[in-house]
Design a protein around this ligand. Structure first.
Ligand code: PEP
Length: 247
């Protein structure tokens, strides 16, 4: 089995001084981790994070990418621009973007496609709302969201990372139980396997209030290949503890 991936999603947090302190604290303690690590920083700080993390165990990620290649798209960043800053991963379809920016499954799929075309691994987020879970629609929702990305990316699908992030667990302190998470991960794994014979290599991360206390159990589930971490990625000790759990 390949290494687990622990990716921090800083969201719209940070600043030059705080970023430097956080990244240096991580680098001072991370040593030779058993897992792969990434930090998805706000776009203005990509250059700063790139220079601090150069030649280290910490890879760089972005939080969004334009579905367009180039041109009159004010405010957007292209995949090629991200690539120039050494970006290895980009989050697409985070529930906050689906919710606050009206991102559709088709748009998320187009963003994943642009990232892949530039050699950047999209971390494709899927997840159900509380109402959808309560209505028994969890599987239907996550499968629909993932299907859009599978259909527009064909054989390249083996190059993506998937993150199952139940919306009701993001930033709320409510975590899916390891069993609940595993159940959905198994569904996603089966869907990926049906789409590509190379699907075995696709990592499926869990995200949603993962922290130092619950990471070990979540990460020990057979189909949980890592974590996408929001709040707990902003504190070096917490993030390092999650990294240490990912063996
Ligand atoms: C996220 O935003 O991707 C996330 C998982 O956030 P949190 O860990 O804070 O729930």
């Amino acid at each position: 089995m390949s290494k687990k991936l622990i990716a921090g999603n800083w969201k719209m947090n940070g600043g030059k001084v705080a970023n430097e302190a956080l990244l240096n604290a991580l680098l001072a303690e991370v040593g030779q981790p058993a897992c792969s690590i990434a930090v998805c920083v706000p776009a203005p700080y990509l250059a700063q994070a790139q220079s601090i993390c150069a030649a280290s165990a910490i890879d760089l990620g972005a939080q969004d990418v334009s579905p367009h290649e180039v041109g009159a798209f004010t405010g957007e960043q292209s995949a090629a621009m991200l690539k120039e800053f050494g970006v290895r991963y980009v989050i697409v379809g985070h529930s906050e973007r689906r919710q606050y920016h009206g991102e559709t499954d088709a748009l998320v799929a187009a963003k994943a496609q642009r990232a892949l075309a530039c050699g950047i691994t999209p971390i494709v987020c899927v997840g159900e709302s509380l109402a959808e879970r309560e209505a028994g629609k969890t599987e239907e929702v996550v499968k629909r969201q993932l299907a859009a990305v599978i259909h527009s990316n064909g054989h390249c699908i083996s190059e993506i990372v998937v993150a199952y992030e139940p919306v009701w667990a993001i930033g709320t302190g409510k975590t899916a139980s390891p069993e609940q998470a595993q159940q959905v991960h198994a569904v996603l794994r089966a869907q990926l396997k049906a789409a590509s014979e190379k699907a075995g290599r696709i990592k499926i991360l869990y995200g949603g209030s993962m922290n130092a206390a619950n990471a070990k159990e979540l990460l020990s589930q057979p189909d949980i290949d890592g974590g996408l971490i929001g709040g707990a990625s902003l504190k070096a000790t917490d993030f390092l503890s999650i990294i240490a759990s990912a063996v």
